[in-house]
Design a protein around this ligand. Sequence first.
Ligand code: PGA
Length: 244
Amino acid sequence: MSKLIVANWKMNGSIKKINNDLNYYLNNMTTNRQNIVFAFPFTYIAYAKSIFDDKQTQSKLASQDLSRYGGYGAYTGEISNDILLDCGVTYSIIGHSERRVLNDTDEILIDKLNMAFNSRIKPIYCVGESYKVRQLHQYLEFLSKQLSILTKTKHIKDLVVAYEPIWAIGTNLVPEMKEIEEVALFIKDYISKTIPGINLLVLYGGSVNGSNASDILDVPGIDGVLVGGASLKIDEFTAICNVV
Ligand code: PGA
C-alpha cells in the first residue's frame, strides 16, 4: 500500500504561491497522486480545487479544522462540513496541538470528529505529548487519553491518526525511529481493541523533511507523514512525495 503524505501549510501561503507551488508539484510528481493531500488555509481551498480540476490530478485537499456546527446557519465566522465538501475537501485535520492550545477542548473535538464522521470528510486526528510528558515516560498514558475521545464518537469508518509529539513540531527534533514505531504500534493496538473494524492509517508528524522522510516512512506501523514547514518548500515536498 502506498503511503499518505499530507502537507500542512498552517497560516501561510498566497494565491501566487499556491499557483506556483501546485504547478511545480503537478509537473514534477511521478506516481501515486491520490495519496498526496494539501491542507491550505480555508480561503485558498476552492482556488486550489480549481487548479486540481483543471489539471485533472487525483491529489486531495484537506482543511486544517472544521466547525463543530454542521450544514448552514447563523454561526458567524464558522466553516462547516457542507461548505468544505462543496469546496472539494476530502480530509480535515482535527485536534492539532496548535488548535488544542487555542481552545479545542475534548468536548469540542468530539463534536468536530462526529461532524466529519457524519459527512464524507475523513478526519486526520492529531495526538502527541509534550517534552515534559515524554521525559516522565508518561506518554503512552497521555496518548491513550487523547485517543479515548474517539470511543465517544459515532459512525467511524475511516480514520487517520497523526502522531505529532509537540516537542518535535517545528523544532528539527525527531524521535528515534524505534520511538516512532513504539507509538505507531501502540495507536494501532489501542484502536483495534477499542473501535474494532475501522479503516485506520497512522501518520507521523513533526520536523519531517527531505532528509528524514524516507526513514520515517519505512518505520513499521507508519502509513504516512504530516509535513509542516518542509511542505512550504515545494521542491523538498515534491521530493518527499516521490519517495512513496
Ligand atoms: P513541522 O509541523 O513539520 O513544521 O514540524 C508539522 C505539523 O505541525 O503538522
